[in-house]
Design a protein around this ligand. Sequence first.
Ligand code: HEM
Length: 136
Amino acid sequence: MIPYASLPALNACLNAASALLLVIGYGFIRKQKITAHRICMGSAFAVSVLFIISYLTYHAHVGSVRFQGQGLIRTAYFSILISHSLLAALIVPLVLRTLYLALRSRFMEHRRWARWTFPLWLYVSITGVAIYELLY
Ligand code: HEM
């Protein structure tokens, strides 16, 4: 039996964990700590895969959840939601490419791609938490 009511909170935690791992992993590569960087970024990827599974499981069961707020908060919510959703789709190929290049030891190219992947992925993770806070 899946505890559907708990999944939104779990999803927000997974988003927060991936944001944290990305920031820590970035800190490691700035200090040339490649193994620690690899572990953090690999973990951020694993956590994000878990998020997608949990997110799809929840929405397959519950359908869409309507935002109840009105006025300025509604504008803010939909601005965040739309930018979050568009970038969430965009980062899938970016993350896969960035990871692939690193795993093939093509680090010069990895770095070029990662400079886009890292901030966009971080934005998607953080706004994922914000959307949860606004919606539930
Ligand atoms: C998708 C996950 C990953 C992201 C988002 C990511 C992010 C980054 C970023 C932003 C940089 C550039 C840092 C800077 O400009 O100073 C970088 C560099 C680097 N990353 Fe990753 N990384 C990921 C996975 C990996 C993995 C799995 C490895 C495996 C060893 C790795 C190894 C490296 C190395 C060696 C560099 C230094 C490259 C250079 O300066 O020439 N990364 N990464």
